[in-house]
Design a protein around this ligand. Structure first.
Ligand SMILES: NC(=O)c1ccc[n+]([C@@H]2O[C@H](COP(=O)([O-])OP(=O)(O)OC[C@H]3O[C@@H](n4cnc5c(N)ncnc54)[C@H](OP(=O)(O)O)[C@@H]3O)[C@@H](O)[C@H]2O)c1
Length: 335
């Protein structure tokens, strides 16, 4: 199958593109060419690379027709954030008959009624990102219902992998949180530390896209949560990370306003975004319909990422052995 991947060299594409090549697909990888994938793989030698700035071409009204001109049987759109951008691609692909797979987000659910959240629970998104992503889902799945084209939405959680910092136990992206836990320093958490985060390894997201691509009959017209088996509480996450560093977590708890005042505004805002959503999503539908089975638990994914951060000097563990024996790392990635 000829598959175009838009945003092909990021967290997901790093794992998805080699998977698709190995599965025998002809892959066209679209990006601006500002960066390469996080991990090299010989499969990239067989990929056609197209350098495009989607934002600029969306504005010019040429992005949809450029992708359609490639005559793809399927398009995996990892870089769509607004309804006009989604509509342009959808309308261009309709006459071509391409199967359109959109990368959404669990944020479309807003705050939950019951957990784990299933895909059929009413969505109440808040924040521009979640609201736009929900509207894109409605556009795509509405087009599928009206028989216009085949399309699927996959909603990843917090994407983790070696090469970048995961959402940390304080619910933001400041790697100093990991350093504090590694040193055995006190870490304050907001509220009771019982709000949740729900990670997923980038290769598990890639697995889900590959499965949806090969099963359009089961996947088209549907949205699926793509996360690890279970979410983490901030407190449990902090204690597990401290143990991995050979420490006992020294946690304290503060009301939100007190906690937020002690952090840089961008860190406090990131934490607020994560704990206001406090995701805990069900993967039962993806498992039953797509055969999705995450290789990584949340902690396994985080520890792989942490090992990379330690090895690359971004998290400091002076003179201390990591407790990789408690949470052994998964075998290195080899698709
Ligand atoms: N990150 C998360 O935790 C998370 C969680 C849930 C859902 N998601 C969803 O995942 C998707 C993002 O996937 P990702 O995390 O794999 O992406 P990513 O790591 O941010 O990588 C972005 C990719 O898109 C390319 N790109 C960026 N701007 C571009 C532009 N203007 N035109 C063309 N290419 C462009 C980048 O390469 P160049 O820079 O070289 O162009 C790169 O290949 C989004 O739809 C997001 O909503 C992410």
């Amino acid at each position: 199958m000829k598959v175009v991947v838009v945003g092909a060299t990021g967290h997901i594409g790093t794992y998805l593109v080699p998977r698709l090549v190995i599965a025998g697909h002809e892959v066209v990888a679209i990006s601006r060419g500002h960066r390469g994938p996080y991990l090299g793989h010989r499969a990239w030698d067989e990929v056609e690379r197209v350098q495009v700035d989607r934002d600029a071409e969306d504005a010019a009204g040429t992005f949809g027709s450029r992708v359609a001109a490639l005559r793809p049987e399927a398009v995996v759109d990892l870089m769509c954030f607004t309804v006009p951008s989604a509509r342009q691609l959808l309308e261009a692909l309709t006459p071509v008959g391409s199967y359109l797979l959109h990368c959404g987000t669990i944020w479309v659910h807003g705050s939950a009624l019951e957990v784990p959240v299933t895909e059929d629970e009413a969505r109440h998104p808040f924040g521009d990102y979640g609201v736009q992503k929900a509207a894109i889902e409605d556009l795509l799945l509405g087009a599928v219902r009206s028989g216009t084209l085949r399309g699927t939405v996959l909603r990843p959680g917090h994407i983790v992998g070696p090469g970048w910092a995961p959402v940390n136990p304080a619910g933001n992206l400041n790697v100093e949180v990991f350093n504090r836990l590694a040193r055995g320093d006190e870490l304050a958490l907001p509220n009771l530390g019982l709000e949740t985060v729900h990670h997923v390894h980038a290769d598990d997201v890639a697995q889900a896209f590959a499965r949806a691509l090969s099963s359009p009959g089961a996947a088209s017209g549907q949205a699926f949560h793509i996360v690890s088996e279970r979410a983490l509480t901030l407190r449990g996450y902090a204690e597990s990370v401290a143990a991995w560093f050979g420490q006992s977590a020294r946690l304290s708890f503060q009301p939100w306003e007190t906690w937020a005042a002690a952090w840089e505004p961008q860190d406090a805002q990131a934490t607020w975004d994560h704990i206001a959503h406090s995701p805990s999503m069900s993967i039962a539908k993806a498992t039953a319909s797509l055969g999705y089975g995450p290789r990584y638990s949340s902690l396994e994914a985080v520890f792989e990422s942490l090992a990379w951060l330690v090895d690359h000097g971004q998290v400091d563990v002076p003179g201390r052995r990591l407790r990789r024996d408690i949470y052994p790392l998964r075998e290195p990635y080899q698709p």
